[in-house]
Ligand binder design. Structure first.
Ligand SMILES: [Mn+2]
Length: 283
């Protein structure tokens, strides 16, 4: 088996030459998953992210081309890049997408952050479509599912942003997010929750998708408790654009959906009071 140093070098090479990711051996993939797992376990549920430039990326869902172009452009030792979850399934290159992100994570552990989406919660909830998961052999299924359930649930910035996949949990303050158990109701809300235009608190589970639905009254109340001004999320392709007094932004980055594809950038110490304080970049 190769040494840790040799492996690191290999993962760095992959960052510089993204197509190489398709040629990782099973042994290298196992190394990558285990090494990323060690880093991610130390992060907890809640990340505090500070940098001159913070880039937020929506669902990438197997869109390796989008991921590699964003990483080559924005991942530097100065910037921080936060991906909002859903790395696998739906798109054509799930395995390349997740492996490339993991190579980036082990190379730049303090600059790249991978939040958990519902497609990373496979060890707890079964769902469809799950083409990535269904295509794995038993060993890889077990390695990926144990790693991805460890991913953090939310990121906050001093500029006033909270970022997560679906809907913020009903907590009294951001620190309580660290006490959420993966698999509980609040976890389900973060990873599976949708927002609907108009007022209301909890609006029930959607009849078709089973996803929990929330309204503007809930949003405004919970953002007050979290002491954050703007939510950046993904997960819900029909919620594109700013909602709720311009304070809730849903990003989509994968070509797996026929919607406008964007990322969002928060600059320096500029306070983010509404979505218009962010720079939105179209892919
Ligand atoms: Mn999702």
């Amino acid at each position: 088996m190769s040494s840790k140093g040799e492996m690191r070098q290999r993962f760095q090479e992959i960052l510089d030459h993204p197509r190489e990711v398709s040629f990782l051996s099973p042994e290298e993939i196992e190394h990558l998953i285990l090494e990323a797992g060690e880093i991610v376990k130390g992060e907890g549920n809640l990340l505090k992210v500070e940098a001159e430039k913070i880039v937020f990326v929506g669902d990438t869902h197997g869109d390796f081309a989008a991921t590699s172009s964003i990483i080559s452009r924005y991942l530097t030792p100065q910037n921080k890049v936060v991906f909002l979850g859903d790395y696998v399934d739906r798109g054509p290159n799930s395995e390349e997408n997740i492996n490339y992100l993991l190579a980036a994570k082990v190379t730049f552990p303090q600059n790249l952050f991978l939040l958990q989406g519902n497609h990373e919660g496979r060890s707890i909830v079964s769902f469809y479509p799950a083409d990535f998961w269904q295509g794995l052999d038993q060993d890889l299924y077990s390695l990926y599912s144990r790693l991805l359930i460890e991913l953090p649930l939310a990121a906050v910035t001093p500029q006033g942003i909270i970022a997560l996949h679906g809907v913020p949990p009903d907590v009294e303050g951001v620190e309580e997010i660290n006490r959420i158990q993966k698999g509980d109701e609040r976890w389900r809300q973060i990873t599976w929750g949708d927002f609907r235009e108009g007022g209301g608190w909890f609006l029930g589970d959607d009849m078709l998708t089973g996803r929990p639905q929330f309204g503007e009254d809930y949003f405004l109340a919970i953002m007050g408790k979290l002491k954050k001004r703007v939510l950046i999320r993904s997960h819900q392709p029909d919620a594109f654009g700013p909602m709720y007094e311009g304070r809730c932004l849903t990003l989509f980055t994968s070509s797996a959906y026929p919607v406008r594809r964007t990322i969002a950038i928060s600059w320096g110490d500029r306070e983010v009071n509404e979505v218009s304080d962010l720079e939105i970049v179209e892919l």
